[in-house]
Design a protein around this ligand. Sequence first.
Ligand code: DC
Length: 441
Amino acid sequence: MIIVIDGPSGTGKSTVAKEVAKRLGFVFFDTGAMYRCFAWKVLQEKIDPSDEVQVSSLVNLFDFTVKDVDGEKRYFVGQEDVTKNIRSREISSVSSQISMYSQVRKAIVKKQRQFARKVNAVFEGRDMGTVVFPNADLKIFLTADPVIRAERRYQELIGKFPDFSEGLTKEEILQEVLKRDENDTTRSISPLKQAPDAILIDTSELSIFDVVDKILQLQAQVKPIFFRMKTSYWLVYLLARFFFKVFFRLKIHGLKHLRPGAGILIANHTSFYDPPVLSISCPEEVHFMARESLFRIPLLGRLIHVLNTHPVSQDAGDMAVLKKMVELLQNQKKIIVFPEGKRSIDGNIQPFQRGFGFLAIKAKCPVYPAYLHGVFEAWPPSRKFPRFFGKITCTFGSPIEWDEFEDLPRKEAEQLLIEKSLQSIENLKKWYQGGSVGDPP
Ligand code: DC
């Protein structure tokens, strides 16, 4: 589960996020600290923070790590522990400045998404709910009166960093807070703003513990993905699961590889059973495309409509279909694609089509490979009607992340992604045939 807490400085974000993470046993991630560490590196290298080109080229050399030392988070740039240094006023202002540069944000956001894989975490920052994790399970946006925020910041500075705060006045801090708010909210990329589905909490009159309690109450109400399905989909999903469980002893491996939100589920394709087996193996609603003519078949038409199948007109070119799929992905949906294009006659995996590579790179979302076993035996292309007994297994592998290919020329990226996806399904097949020991690769 990913919880995000956004808002301007001085709203108590860090303290609240840290406490929420502690109480839930989640990882806590202060994304402002990353921009601060990079600002420290910029100053260390004696680069002028207003020189966007130089600052941007430095971001590729930015070696950032977080370590837990005696239960406290310590931030390292290279080998240097900069935990204390990054809280200075100079760093506050430089971090706000350098965080406006698109190349800097791109590199740092990439690292943040990498940190989020495979963990339950609380991320706090400015653009977590809008840009970095648009499909977070819970989004909170904290605000507070600027004067109160300045007062809190002042107390924090003189309390924790007396050596940085000699001669400091509250008025100076208020001006700095307002200046940073202006930078953060008016920058052209990823400005600080509340995501439409974020819950607003004004912390001006609340204690840290009030805010923490409120967030924990909201977290307790977050429904597991399974219960977020619309009722009609859920009913058909349950019926289909029951059918495949009873007749085919359906078994699913590797569910832990799936994350909520946008993603392309791909699998080997040997049978008409593949689309239903793959969709009911995913504990989240999935979408797929089907010929328009199928919708005209009386009962089937209604059924596939309920199951999020989208009609593709016979005359629509491949581009129109791909465009529709990209649109679904941008709306944070999961879609199913069989990259071989058509069912395999002999049950072996066939080469992948190029359109799939285009889609995966264009949509900027993870690809979830799956290996389907037993479906070919149950209903091979050579049979008009299915068999009703046997054993079917769906095995999900580690996601293939689009940002691995982000910096490559488009054609090369598409090709590599296709190769990697094919290889991944081959590996899942080997893992399954080798006795399904441990977690699928
Ligand atoms: O939260 P903080 O004060 O430690 O953040 C320092 C600066 O980093 C802040 O002025 C804006 C920038 N920042 C950002 O642009 N995006 C984030 N997700 C977090 C911080």
